[in-house]
Each structure stands twice: as C-alpha cells, then as structure tokens.
Design a protein around this ligand. Structure first.
Ligand code: NDP
Length: 259
C-alpha cells in the first residue's frame, strides 16, 4: 500500500461499510493523502458518528454532504471540494455508495429497478461528470504521461454479481435490479475509460470481495472478507494500476473479473 501516493481522494458512501474502511486505511497510510474527502448523506447525523470521530483526530479528513441520486447535491459537493483544494485538482474519485434490494426475478418492480439504477449507475455517471474538471486539473498538474491513480482516476465500486459471464451467487440471491445496475456500471466504466483517456484519467471497475458489511450480510450468511482486508487489498490494487488497466474490471486481490 506504500505505493499509493495520492494528494487528494474522495470516497462516496463513506459513513459505513467499505467506504468507511477505505477512509480509515487512507488515513492510516504512512503517506496519507493531503485531503481525504468522505462523502455521506448526513454528515452531522448519528449515522456519520464514526466519521466525525475520525475527523476530530485527522485534520486532513473533510466530511462532505452528498446524496448521489440528487444532481444538486452532487454539484454542491464538487464545488465544496474545489474550494478546499484551492487551485489543485482531485486525484482519485471512488464511486463506492450503493444499494441492494433483495428482490427476485418474480417480484422486481419499476420503483426498485429505478432506485437501484439511479443510485448504483446514474450516481457514478453524474459524480464523474461533476468532478471531471478537478480530475483533469490533477492530471494536468502531474508529471509523466502514463495513467495512474496517483495522477487522476475514477474507480467504480462494482460487483461480480453484475458479471454477465460469471454471475456470482444466483442460488443465494437473485437481486436482479442490483445485478443489472452493476452490469450497467461496468459498461459505464468502459465508456468512461474510452472518453476520459485523452484527459489523462484512468477508469476502472473494482469488485471488493464478499465483505462483512450491512450489504454483505443482508442475505443472513456471513461474508468471508473483512472490511479491513477488502479496503487494504483494494488500495494495494489501486497503487499498481497503470495505462494498461484503464477500462478493466478487477477484484480486491487484483484478479481480472470476467465482464
Ligand atoms: P453498505 O450498505 O454497508 O453501505 C452503503 C453505503 O452507501 C452507505 O454509506 C450508504 O449511506 C451509502 N449510500 C447508499 N445510497 C446512497 C445515496 N443515495 N447517496 C449517498 N450515499 C448512499 O454497503 P457496502 O459498504 O457493503 O458496499 C459498498 C459498495 O461495494 C457498494 O457499491 C456495493 O454494491 C459494493 N459491493 C459490496 C459487496 C459486499 O459484499 N459488501 C460485494 C460487492 C460489491 P447511508 O448510511 O446514508 O445509507
């Protein structure tokens, strides 16, 4: 993990689960970023208590209000982050916030399909659009021509449940809206990698493993991977990404996940 050198990073859905785990690990790194922006829906509320505790100990942690399904909230978050950064850009945007609905093929609904798609797919699209000027600025300000997370990157938190070639866990949970939203997120990642390469922005989709969070435990089974192990693994993977990895789908251990 010592290899990941970023000046600034923003993590969405940072008040619990994998997002909180990533923030913790980023703050504990020997070369911790100058700015860690932790975005969550209700920064002052009870659900952000752990983030507030961390912020009282780490002056480089800034909590940003963000509802990923609300374009106005996304715009305000980008403006707020821009103010904190002064004239600098943002190196790393981690689109982590996500939801699952435990529906089956038979009882999926228009409402749930739409809500899950808005959160898991449209959210990352709009966030990336809103933060692109700051990502471009970071890319322009970084030496070297190759792509990397130290320079500028968008990382979309996907799931092997959204893999069409190898859809994990069908017998355990059908979660059709979730699978469709993550398959679409994978395509979005590919599109972003094609569109943003010229701006110097690396784009990749990550599967965090089956992780011990509220979401990971929602079927009642115990997930095998701890939040710490997943977050540590993913930050190690991020430190190793280069030009050849833009537009790819990798897991928390760096293995390629089939689309
Ligand atoms: P959790 O349910 O534990 O946490 C989800 C986070 O996303 C919370 O911080 C939540 O905030 C936030 N969030 C949800 N909706 C919104 C919204 N509309 N606006 C802003 N924030 C929102 O999930 P995990 O930590 O387990 O999952 C994180 C990511 O990893 C997700 O994208 C998930 O799909 C993916 N993933 C997880 C796996 C696992 O096994 N856990 C496996 C594969 C992928 P709030 O507290 O306000 O609800």
């Amino acid at each position: 993990m010592a290899g990941l050198r970023v000046c600034s990073v923003l993590v969405t859905g940072a008040n619990r689960g994998i997002g909180l785990g990533l923030v913790r690990q980023l703050l504990e790194m020997p070369n911790s970023p100058k700015w860690v922006f932790a975005a969550c829906r209700d920064p002052k509320g009870q659900r952000a208590q752990e983030l507030q505790n961390l912020a009282s100990r780490h002056p480089n942690l800034v909590i940003i209000p963000l509802e990923v399904t609300d374009p106005a909230s996304i715009k305000a978050a980008a403006a707020r982050v821009g103010e904190h950064l002064g004239g600098s850009g943002l190196n790393l945007l981690i689109n982590n916030a996500g939801i699952v609905k435990l529906n089956s093929l038979d009882n999926e609904t228009l409402e749930d399909m739409s809500q899950v798609y808005s959160t898991n797919t449209v959210g990352p699209l709009l966030l990336s659009q809103a933060f692109l000027p700051l990502l471009k600025k970071a890319a322009q300000g970084s030496p070297g021509s190759g792509l990397s997370c130290s320079k500028a990157a968008i990382i979309n938190m996907s799931s092997c449940g959204g893999s069409i070639a190898s859809p994990f866990g069908w017998d355990l949970m059908q979660v059709v809206s979730y699978r469709c939203s993550k398959a679409a997120l994978n395509m979005l990642t590919k599109c972003q990698s094609l569109g943003y390469r010229e701006h110097g922005v690396l784009c990749a989709a990550l599967h965090p493993g089956w992780v011990q969070t509220d979401m990971g435990s929602s079927t009642g089974r115990t997930a095998p991977v701890t939040v710490d192990a997943s977050a540590r693994g993913m930050l190690k993977v991020l430190s190793s990404l280069s030009e050849k990895d833009t537009g790819t789908f990798l897991d928390w251990e760096g293995k390629v996940v089939p689309w």
